[in-house]
Design a binder for this molecule. Sequence first.
Ligand code: ATP
Ligand code: MG
Length: 416
Amino acid sequence: MISAPRGTRDILPAESWKWAYIVKTASETMKDFGFSEIHLPIFEHTELFSRGVGETTDIVEKEMYTFNDRGGRSITLRPEATAGVMRCALENNLCVQGASAKLWNWGPMFRHERPQKGRYRQFYQIDAEYLGVPGAMADVEVISLSLELFRRLGLKNLEAVINSVGCEKCRPLYRKKLVEYFSAHKDELCETCLDRLGRNPLRILDCKKESCSHVADGAPDIYDSLCDECREHFAEVRAGLERLGFSYRLSKRLVRGLDYYTKTAYEILSGDLGAQNAVAGGGRYDNLSSAIGGGKVPGVGFACGVDRVMIVMEEQGCSFGVAPEITAYAVALDDASRPAVQVLTYDLRKAGIPAECDASGRSFKAQMKSAGVCRFACIIGSEELSAGTVSVKDMKAGTQENIPVSSAAEYIKARL
Ligand code: ATP
Ligand code: MG
């Protein structure tokens, strides 16, 4: 037997309708915020991610599914959506001459990580990106959009954490301060962080190991290094969130694992997820477009982990709306009635009534058993066949009526 690759899983019917509910809720929320859906390729040229996400990030260094295709080109299964959205906007000229674009998409992402609860190698993200607007109002739109999505899904016990990671003007100064500080604490840092010290010292702030975390707590504060523009932008984001009534926590240690972030970085954490506690993450990325070879297009966005949202919703007993079910089951009393049952089933379906019938020649008793879990059983035997009728048994009302087969759909609809 061949099994599914490690870190992947099948979403079976018992769960898939819940996924559809989450995506439908996202789609409605996106519409209310003015975001349009796009569909993007699942694989891209490897350079899009190595240049966009950044060579020294965990994603590019060790998590990507990269291979050469038959034409010898290096291809990568997308580990995240933002770089692809920006590529799409640049390639299709969606943001020329000051135009802005609000785009959302959802689908699988691929990262070669150690599988565990809430961490998979193929996982799903709902992603929204607001491109072309440099000002803080766009950040507030994006953050409030993600929080509104979670409000509609009924998630409780969430915490929004925000930070500013500065820009190309002020970050070098902060980076220098960090290198000085961490160099003085080298003996307390883990192997990975020692390596990060020379290449990407901001990432040390993010390290979950206890000793590194302890050192990072005492690290210089990024707020002291922000340039006026970044400082002002951050203040406006905060004021905007407060205006809309959102509470949040400031964290100078939130840097996010992707290089393209500038200014705002944020995460939404759930108190009910254990170690993998981020249900969404995002921020501003004003340099991504130039990193991938385009003109200057600022952007801000977020990605929400659907797998984790699903775990939290199950744990918190959130509603997924109504589970799909078969409303009417058409039953053949004898073999001669089977063709009429098939026609009736199709007629009900055409009328938008979820209907089912037996397709494998099972006995009347077996068919009635299947019908027993539906609201209506529509029985046709030799008498009904010759009279052109059907006996409709309403399981909920406890009634049974013989009606013309042509009015069955109408009859059922009137009782739903
Ligand atoms: P983490 O710190 O948990 O690794 P991340 O910072 O790598 O997350 P992002 O790249 O910001 O994650 O992706 C946004 C969201 O996608 C995360 O908040 C999380 O909900 C989800 N996510 C990321 N990686 C995985 C994964 N391997 N399996 C399931 N969900 C994931
Ligand atoms: Mg990660």
